[in-house]
Design a protein around this ligand. Structure first.
Ligand code: LMR
Length: 395
């Protein structure tokens, strides 16, 4: 049987991660996978996470199974962090999932269970794994215009025009903040317009919220999600704790499904529990319990928020530095968008051969579509990257 298997296409982001590891050069810069790194290139365990883990080790008395939905306190704490009361709690069903990817997968599974004909509309471009999972599941998918390559900003007219053709009951996948891979995000006014189109088309939003706290702040980054979830009858939200709590390998995420009426929540919850049971039974608990401990303890929470804010401001500073350096070297404002983008990523708009030259000639690794992880830089490597971009473009 196993001899019938064919090679699967490599995930581009993960393949790049491996190439970087295998590169023997001392001077190399990893701007690939979306993992936060400090100026020393380390992905630290956040202070509050360390302390919450210490408390857990000391106080946890059992590792017996949690419920199929995970620990209800985790769901409550996350719902509060993300929605802050904008949707009545009794309209929300939620399951803990293995990371944000697990939440996306279970969200798609829920859509398929409820309406196998629903098409998933996704931004062009979107996180490549959205597309890979949808293809693997055999779900109908279609892109809507999102990114204007010329300005590196949102092609809002194109987006609205495309969303205007969405069929009733289709799902529109949106990034809650810090769009991956482009870094270009909707303004509050644009979100309002999207809401009116979704309502007009009778479409259902699904929001992937993987970078809350990495853009404009914890509340500001939840604003799009709150506005959409608050305005629509139904909404799915796939949230990740990987980045903002730095618990990548603990696989910590939450899928929320908001029903039009509280009376539907019990059945929706039952279906979500069923999906967890079919796919992996009980969701992982350690990361979820760490996150809950932090969110419920005022001191730990304050410390987590302070550290997250340092991370966010550090990335913003790097954005400004890189935009400034490129302005100086190119004598133009061509790269000014880098300072306007938010989150971990910016798509630089470099052709694949330039991205390739950056890797081979300069040891600088970014995804082939020229998505750069700003957190892979530090004060010293910003000028190195800026110079390399200019050289690689000329070569
Ligand atoms: C990324 O986009 O680099 C991250 O979300 C990590 C991943 O799993 O792809």
């Amino acid at each position: 049987m196993l001899e019938t298997l064919k090679e699967q296409p490599a995930d581009k982001i993960l393949a790049l991660m491996q190439m970087y590891k295998d590169d023997p050069r001392d001077l190399k810069v990893d701007l690939g996978v979306g993992v936060y790194k400090n100026a020393e290139g380390v992905t630290p365990v956040m202070r509050a996470v360390k302390e919450a883990e210490r408390r857990l080790v000391e106080t946890q008395e059992t590792k017996a199974y949690t419920g199929l939905a995970g620990d209800p306190e985790f769901a409550d704490a996350m719902i509060d962090l993300i929605l802050d009361g904008t949707v009545a709690r009794d309209r929300i069903a939620a399951i803990a999932t293995p990371g944000g990817t697990g939440a996306c997968r279970q969200g798609f599974e829920l859509v398929r269970l409820a309406n196998p004909d629903a098409k998933i509309w996704h931004s062009d471009p979107t996180w490549p794994n959205h597309l890979s999972i949808l293809k693997f599941m055999g779900m109908p998918a279609q892109s809507y215009r999102y990114f204007d390559e010329a300005t590196a900003l949102v092609d809002f007219d194109g987006m609205v025009e495309d969303l205007g053709t969405v069929a009733k009951g289709d799902i529109v996948l949106l990034h809650g903040c810090c769009h991956n891979p482009t870094g270009a995000n909707l303004t509050a006014e644009q979100v309002e317009k999207v809401i009116s189109v979704l309502k007009e088309r009778d479409a259902i939003p699904m929001i992937d919220l993987a970078y809350q706290g990495f853009g404009d702040g914890l509340d500001a980054d939840a604003a799009t999600t709150r506005a959409i979830a608050g305005a629509m009858d139904e909404c799915l939200i796939a949230a990740s704790c990987s980045k903002n709590f730095g618990v990548y390998r603990e696989r910590t995420g939450l899928l929320m499904a908001i029903s039009a009426e509280a009376g539907q929540t019990k059945t929706v919850q039952g279906n979500m529990n069923y999906l967890n049971r079919q796919n992996y039974s009980f969701p992982p608990d350690h990361g979820a319990r760490v996150v809950t401990t932090i969110l419920k303890d005022p001191d730990l929470r304050a410390d987590w928020e302070a550290e997250l804010e340092e991370v966010r401001l550090g990335m913003l500073e790097l954005r400004k530095q890189l935009a400034g350096e490129l302005a100086r070297l190119t004598n133009s404002d061509r790269y000014a968008f880098i300072a306007e983008h938010r989150g971990m990523f910016s798509r630089l708009g470099l052709p694949p051969e330039v991205v390739e030259r950056l890797r081979t000639d300069h040891g600088i690794y970014m995804v082939g579509d020229s998505r750069m992880n700003i957190a892979g830089l530090n004060e010293k490597t910003v000028p190195v990257l800026a110079k390399a971009i200019v050289e690689a473009e000329k070569a």
